[in-house]
Write a protein that binds this ligand. Structure first.
Ligand SMILES: [Zn+2]
Ligand SMILES: [Zn+2]
Length: 378
């Protein structure tokens, strides 16, 4: 299916109201309808695109999810094949899981069911980590709400259990209706049972017929060493229970906070290290704390230049699920001394009078001689 913006597909603006969207869809559907465009592949494609766009934008909840998260907000199953409005069984965009969980975590707490249950049961949980935690890996105790089978109706959605649930007469329990429309075999979600294949005669009072209710879930999750911002860790079968009995997955999404000293660049850790001018001239040795708690001794050779990068290999971040580690990159910054006493100045004046400046500073000597030549030549 196309990755085009759904509003663009329908030719409407983001601010369009429901009736404008409906009208745009109707116009397109009429124009590109397979009956009128027999054998025209591009018309067929446009018809499908418009239908898929309307599946989302024509539904208040899905549209809201799409506005916030794009297709990932309405279709977590994307990429598994099937899909598309005429492809698989039931509602192809049934899984507005991410929007669900965002509201759950950042909005209302679980309120005894009543929320519309959706196809996909995947949940998202955001975890913020320090760089040290990302370095060593960490265990987190998380508390979240997810749907479980409703206790009152045993998950059937009918008051008192299965006695109030019957097979859908219209689709014979299949959940879909198949019919021939011109050249195409069309498969549509059964409108009587909304793809469920069964009809609830009397809805369960506790869950409103959803068969599921929200409950608190506590879990210890291990976040492996080496995670970076926006890594998604899948915890299988810890998501929502959805109508039909399958359970989605929980996705832990990591965010690593910036560090005061270290700047992360993939596997490497960078540090900007100021050193005094005399240390730069004569050389020195410094100790640098490593994120694992150890220290690395760094020898700075005499004559180190401003901006020079030193590399300690294997002291950077660990790679996720590997023994490999990045490097520690030290960018030397030579600090020019300030607030000198008159005695210090005197010593440095003596240093200057020593001469040998061309040997001490070959680069600037070369630069100034080139400038001289430039002025003569001009
Ligand atoms: Zn119930
Ligand atoms: Zn049906």
């Amino acid at each position: 299916m196309s990755e085009r913006d759904l509003y663009e597909v329908l030719g409407v603006s983001r601010g369009s109201d429901e009736s404008e969207i409906k009208k745009a869809y109707r116009d397109l559907a009429k124009k590109y309808h397979p009956d009128k465009n027999r054998g025209d592949v591009s018309a067929e494609q446009k018809f499908k695109e418009a239908s898929a766009a309307y599946e989302v934008l024509g539904d208040k909840e899905k549209r809201k999810a799409y506005d916030r998260f794009g297709m990932s907000g309405v279709d977590p199953q994307r990429g598994r094949g099937g899909g598309g409005p005429f492809g698989g069984r039931g509602d192809p965009f049934g899984g507005s899981a991410f929007s669900d969980v965002f509201e759950e975590f950042f909005g209302h707490a679980a309120g005894g069911g009543g929320r519309r249950s959706s196809g996909g049961g995947n949940l998202r949980y955001d975890v913020e980590l320090t760089l040290e935690e990302a370095f060593s890996g960490v265990s987190r105790h998380i508390v979240f709400a997810r749907t479980e089978s409703c206790e009152s109706c045993s998950g059937t959605g009918g008051e008192g259990g299965s006695k109030n649930v019957t097979e859908c007469r219209k689709c014979g329990g299949a959940g879909v209706m198949r019919f021939q429309q011109g050249f195409f075999a069309i498969e549509q979600t059964c409108d009587h049972c909304r793809g469920q294949g069964r009809v609830i005669e009397k809805k369960c009072g506790r869950c409103g017929g959803q068969g599921v209710e929200r409950k608190e879930r506590q879990l210890d999750v291990t976040i492996p060493a080496g995670v970076d911002t926006d890594n998604k860790l899948r915890v299988p079968n810890e998501g929502n229970l959805v109508s039909g009995g399958s359970r989605g997955d929980l996705y832990i999404v990591t965010k690593v906070s910036p560090h005061e000293v270290y700047k992360r660049d993939g596997l490497h850790l960078g540090i900007r290290m100021p050193i005094g001018m005399i240390d730069a001239i004569l050389g020195t040795s410094v100790e640098i704390p490593i994120l694992d708690g150890s220290r690395a001794r760094v020898n700075i050779k005499e004559g180190v230049q401003n901006g020079q990068r030193l590399r300690i290999s294997g002291k950077g971040m660990p790679e996720l699920r590997s023994k490999k580690r990045g490097d520690l990159l030290i960018d030397v910054y030579v600090e020019t001394p300030v607030k000198l006493t008159s005695k210090q100045k005197e010593i440095l004046e003596q240093f200057r009078e020593e001469g040998r400046l061309a040997e001490n500073a070959p680069e600037s000597a070369k630069f100034f001689s080139r400038l001289k030549g430039f002025f003569k030549g001009g």
